[in-house]
Design a protein around this ligand. Sequence first.
Ligand code: GDP
Length: 529
Amino acid sequence: MSTSPAAEAARRRTFAIISHPDAGKTTLTENLLLAGGAIRAAGAVRARGENRRTRSDWMKIERERGISVSASVMTFDHDGLMFNLLDTPGHEDFSEDTYRTLTAADAAVMVLDAAKGIEPQTLKLFEVCRLRDIPIVTFINKMDREAQDPIELLDEIASKLALDPAPLFWPAGSGGRFKGMLDLRSQQFVPFSKNRDEGHPDPVAFGGNAIVSYLDPEEQGELEESAMLVQEASKPFDPKSFLEGHMTPVFFGSALRHFGVDQLLAGLGAYAPPPKAVAAVKSGEPTHVAPGDREVTGFVFKVQANMDPNHRDRIAFLRLTSGKFQRGMKLKVQNTGRQLSVNAPIMFFASDRELAEEAFAGDVIGIPNHGVLRVGDSLSESGLLRFAGLPNFAPEILQRVRVKDPLKAKHLKKALEGLAEEGVTQLFRPVIGSDFIVGAVGQLQFEVMADRLANEYQLEVIFEPAPYSEARWLSGEKADVEDFANKHKGAMAADIDEQPVFLAKSSWEIGYVGERFPKVGFERSKERA
Ligand code: GDP
């Protein structure tokens, strides 16, 4: 087998699953791993989570609330392809983490609950995918339960997402009357069995004699008619349109009953894109990094504190963008120029973690480090390449944080900076005064923060309401930004990268000052320089 970086990258499929909580993301993840031969029994994903949790104190929050706070990656080799499934936290308070994870994905599977269609969180995540031109595969889940009319579900995709749905399968009934689905391309009928342990029967020709074992004549007629109708009403699947983000292939199934999952995985293998060239800047000049390039490059999209609270080390998740990475290699961080020898890179296989001997574009490796690596860092052999940064989103909640024991104020600063570097919360240091303002997209982030400050840094903190409700990064000509900052010193702060941030009491105030300073931009998100 060839191991040229280009050939290896071409067999990578790096994707994430997006969904509204409860649509079935965890169940589908597990069943995709099962379909890919990465685990042997259902329950393994949760079990893996349990093991992890027993090792970690701060993850108590996860356990208590039954949500997954941290995102990670699961790699499996199947059918000649390497799949990297990026796991995104489902809870909406952690959407910031999810957004960042999506920057490392080349495709996304959008899971819809067949009874509910597109829900608010689905829409939000879809918008991020669209912003990043990530092609989307749709999986309509829970067909074993009473579902909406599938035609209406397709209409909803078309109208709410402005995306052409192209069904590749068509369901026969739902809930108690769910019989299976018709493969619209091969005209094979895929029968559904309620009894999971038996497995599902093999597909049969829709027009053939064997079909009578699964559908009575009336059901056959209904399926034939509705399949014909939907094919007339929808555009045929066009891979190019899918890759450009205009079309989504639609699969149906029941993740819980492991139905339709093999077909989804095969679809991902056939249609989801391998890694593509990425825009970057090299020594100030715009350039592109192609997966087959010799130089090893990548960017950090997530940093996670180690599960062991006694050790302060962290794991940075590096998405490789080019070259052939080999263990022991030296990589340089672009913005600091620091070099690190990557001696213990980790690959995350479904049931295990292993040292990564080599990895290619599309792969994600975990790099243990002591705070050298931060979210948004670009790594390369030359140290000269910088990828467009990962966005920071304007926090929706701002709070003032104080430490109960004033003697520990110095420690607080370090701890807050550490957590901000990990991307747990955002940190703003007002130009005037000595308070710290922390920002988060959701309330739960503050709880995670308080918990970690107590357990890892032995700091008891108090959160107080901040006099601000909005934070905006300033953009524009340096002189204009400085002029604005000088005139609004009392409302200015610096973020961890020393970039100027305007803290406003309301969005009305932003509009008001914005009118008076038309040359200054007030940005809701910031890409790290
Ligand atoms: P997540 O919040 O999106 O990760 O959703 P989960 O995978 O945890 O699923 C939410 C609930 O829906 C759980 O009780 C699952 O057992 C159930 N569920 C998931 N997929 C299916 C399915 O295909 N059919 C049925 N009947 N239930 C499902």
